[in-house]
Design a protein around this ligand. Structure first.
Ligand SMILES: *Cc1c(COP(=O)(O)O)cnc(C)c1O
Length: 289
């Protein structure tokens, strides 16, 4: 667990009646596969490892293939939260047979509207889990059985038709852009421009570049009297830029996304807005970090 979404996954699992063994790790670098191997060796009752691919709370990308390799070697199963990764970061279910499910949504790297959650899972694993969900929403076997009975594309609940239609368009745009490699390259470049430009404004990144994923970058809030994240967010908003008005690191940070239908021009526009907002709040360059 190296961030807020790992905490959320633990909470979801607990509330679904599962016994959760937490493996806390610093939120400034990827989870070490050796630590996962040691935890599995120490506790044979652990059946599954949950891992967050791109930890949107901190900006870290965890090494899912390396963690998967130790899970596979230990004969256990894995569930991957790829919500802010899928579509940009590579993933291969066939190369990671230890994975029972990889989960993502319509609204992050696929750049669709929010409203749909996806789980990709081998059919035999879904069938093996029948009757085991303890949650109707999360019951993949029930989803599968409904599809078999009522036809593929059937929903158990009212489908979000606008979001589904938008998702189809988002996929067309995704393929026209060049799919996963092209999207990853665009996000990496967005992130590099932001990471370097923000440092030129005096902001201190939360992660070292070697641990920085391409999806979201965090910077320490300037340690000056009177700095207030909400006021800063509003100053940015007046300049046409929106960032998160919360942080989920222990240290006070600000979170800036590098994803969405944005490229180098928009990132430079955002840097200008950051400069203006810092000036408006009276933060001088040497005080920003
Ligand atoms: C955004 C996100 C979620 C939650 O997705 P929602 O669409 O906000 O429900 C879960 N995990 C990760 C890693 C995320 O980035």
């Amino acid at each position: 667990m190296n961030g807020a979404y790992a905490e959320r996954m633990a909470r979801l699992a607990r509330e679904a009646g599962r016994a959760v063994v937490a493996l806390p790790a610093p939120d400034t670098q990827g989870v070490a596969p050796e630590a996962v191997a040691a935890a599995l060796a120490a506790d044979p009752s652990i059946t599954h490892v949950g891992v967050v691919y791109s930890e949107t709370g901190s900006g870290i990308v965890n090494d899912v293939p390396a963690i998967g390799a130790v899970v596979r070697a230990a004969g256990r199963r894995m569930i991957v939260d790829a919500v802010s990764a899928f579509g940009a970061l590579p993933f291969s279910l066939s190369e990671q047979p230890e994975v029972d499910a990889v989960v993502f949504t319509s609204n992050k790297c696929i750049e669709g509207l929010p409203g749909i959650g996806f789980a990709i899972s081998p059919v035999e694993r879904v069938e093996a889990a029948r009757g085991n969900a303890q949650s109707w929403s999360f019951d993949l076997a029930d989803v599968y059985d409904t599809a078999q009975r009522a036809g593929w594309g059937s929903f158990r609940f009212t489908p979000p038709v606008q979001a589904l239609h938008a998702f189809g368009v988002a996929l067309d745009i995704y393929l026209a852009e060049g799919g996963q490699p092209a999207r990853l390259a665009r996000y990496r470049e967005n992130c590099r421009i932001l990471y370097e430009g923000a440092q030129q404004l005096g902001l201190r990144p939360y992660l070292d570049w070697e641990h920085q994923g391409p999806i979201i970058a965090l910077f320490h809030q300037p340690q000056v009297p009177g700095f207030d994240l909400q006021r800063f967010v509003e100053a940015l908003k007046r300049r046409g830029v929106l960032i998160s008005n919360f942080h989920n690191t222990e240290a006070p940070t600000m979170r800036i996304g590098c994803i969405g239908h944005v490229g180098p021009d928009e990132m430079r526009f955002a840097l200008n807005a950051l400069r203006g907002a810092l000036e408006e709040m009276g933060v001088r360059r040497r005080d920003a970090a």
